[in-house]
Ligand binder design. Structure first.
Ligand SMILES: Cc1ncc(COP(=O)(O)O)c(C=O)c1O
Length: 438
């Protein structure tokens, strides 16, 4: 197992691809530094086959949150095949772009216009450009993670700990021009006073506010409402980054459930259920500022992206997929809780049910979770500290997963409790974040 074809290919990849992969969260070191299969030959529903044709059930993060309907959804795939059949790229435009703009604005009636990109980071950069063009100002107040772009990472020019507490601690801002220092300033989620003090401090220099409406915890009463009230009063555009929260609990932005309307909202990841697609939607008076600047890219015009998004949104809505994602995520969270009680482990659970995380509170917690991933892999499951539910996860899959986890914790919990996991798992612990990029 430890010498599977994926392990060997990843060894080769690291020599010719810096970092080995294109996304930090897909690096094997993030899951299981020794033995993770790393590559897939095919995937369908929640099943993944590695390069040795071993099959696993995926209880990790569903293509890093991209596939809420499951891998290779037949209806989305059919729409994509149809786009390919009729030609994916052309000098003329894909009419699906217009239908998608209408559908997105139908789902989010506060919005009047849409622009597209293909990834979350790109779309967030587009949104930031639009609000800066609209306001003529530079400073962005933000909260949470928003991608790899200069506008965001520049926050760490003020000190490499600025992004600590924004999901990604310890990131050096190498390669970001010093001139951007002070243009992106973080605030703390659920701390309205912290936000208010920054608005007071930067007042008429603020281009906009960028935040995820929900991430690892639900907003406390008055937090989002307070931000909305202040931004409205001061005419500061409020942008909800729904790249990860969108299409989780409902078939659109999670803000619709929270009853707070932004000025712009950004979608990616789940929007195309595995096909690259991202959208920035917003109020026409702000979105029109896209015309004051240059926002344009060849492959933002392909037909597959909007075709996949239309098929995804329509199916998601028809099936009320968000309800299923919540149900499955809730079952898994409850299962973690029950197993913690059964084996006397303290477990911290966070996240909305479709984006669930668990963490065993123990001195060598990270090694324990790595050992668990190793055992679960042997039993035919891809697992991690995070679980993103999909429409393809059935209750029976969750039972199988929790049974396997039960057996794993039965074996490992005595070692976890006595801080001696290394005795049974003498391998490196999984990496935890940007602290270890190399
Ligand atoms: C909230 C949020 N914004 C932006 C991004 C960046 O999206 P992408 O990885 O598609 O560039 C992510 C990715 O995890 C995200 O979770």
């Amino acid at each position: 197992m430890r010498q599977n074809k994926g392990v060997l290919l990843y060894r080769k990849a690291r020599k010719i691809i810096p970092g080995g992969t294109q996304l930090l969260s897909k690096r094997p070191e993030m899951f299981l530094p020794v033995g993770w299969p790393a590559y897939y030959s095919r995937c369908k529903g929640i099943s993944v086959w590695d390069l040795d044709n071993r099959k696993y059930l995926d209880f990790t993060i569903a293509g890093v949150g991209a596939c809420t309907l499951g891998y290779g959804d037949p209806d989305v795939d059919a729409a994509v095949k149809n786009a390919v059949k009729r030609g994916n790229m052309c000098t003329l435009n894909a009419p699906e772009e217009v239908e998608l703009a209408e559908l997105l604005c139908d789902i989010h009636p506060w919005a009047g216009m849409a622009r597209y990109a293909r990834t979350g980071g790109e779309a967030m950069a587009v949104a930031v450009r639009i609000i800066r063009a609209y306001s003529g100002k530079a400073i962005v107040l933000f909260c949470g993670y928003h991608g790899w772009s200069d506008w965001y990472i520049s926050a760490n020019l003020a000190g490499s700990s600025t992004l600590d507490g924004q999901l990604l601690p310890g990131l050096e801002p190498a390669g970001i021009p010093r001139g951007l220092a002070g243009t992106a300033v973080p605030f703390k989620y659920n701390e309205l006073e912290n936000f208010e003090s920054l608005v007071d401090k930067f007042d008429n220099k603020i281009a906009g506010v960028i935040m995820e409406p929900v991430r690892s915890s639900w907003p406390v009463d008055g937090f989002l409402e307070g931000i909305r009230k202040i931004t409205e009063k001061k005419n500061i555009p409020l942008v909800f980054d729904e790249v990860t929260s969108g299409l989780r609990m409902n078939s659109g932005g999670i803000h619709l459930k929270l009853g707070v309307k932004p000025d712009l909202a950004v979608f990616a990841k789940a929007l195309g259920n595995g096909y690259p697609m991202a959208a920035v939607i917003g109020k026409a008076k702000i979105m029109s500022s896209a015309q004051k600047t240059f926002i344009s890219s060849t492959y933002w015009t392909d037909r597959i992206g909007p075709s996949a998004a239309l098929a995804t949104l329509k199916k998601h809505k028809k099936l009320k997929a968000g309800g299923h994602l919540v149900e499955i995520g809730t079952m898994v969270q409850q299962g973690w809780k029950d197993l913690g009680n059964k084996y006397g482990l303290k477990i911290h659970i966070s996240g909305i049910p479709p984006l669930s995380h668990w963490q065993i509170a123990a001195p060598d917690s990270q090694l324990a979770h790595t050992a668990i991933a190793g055992e679960m892999l042997k039993k035919g499951f891809l697992t991690s500290k995070s679980f993103y539910s999909t429409y393809a996860h059935k209750a029976s899959d969750v039972h199988r997963y929790l049974d396997a986890l039960d057996g794993t914790l039965r074996e490992l919990s005595p070692y976890i409790k006595s801080s001696s996991v290394r005795k049974v798992y003498p391998f490196p612990a999984a990496h935890t974040g940007f602290k270890r990029l190399v």
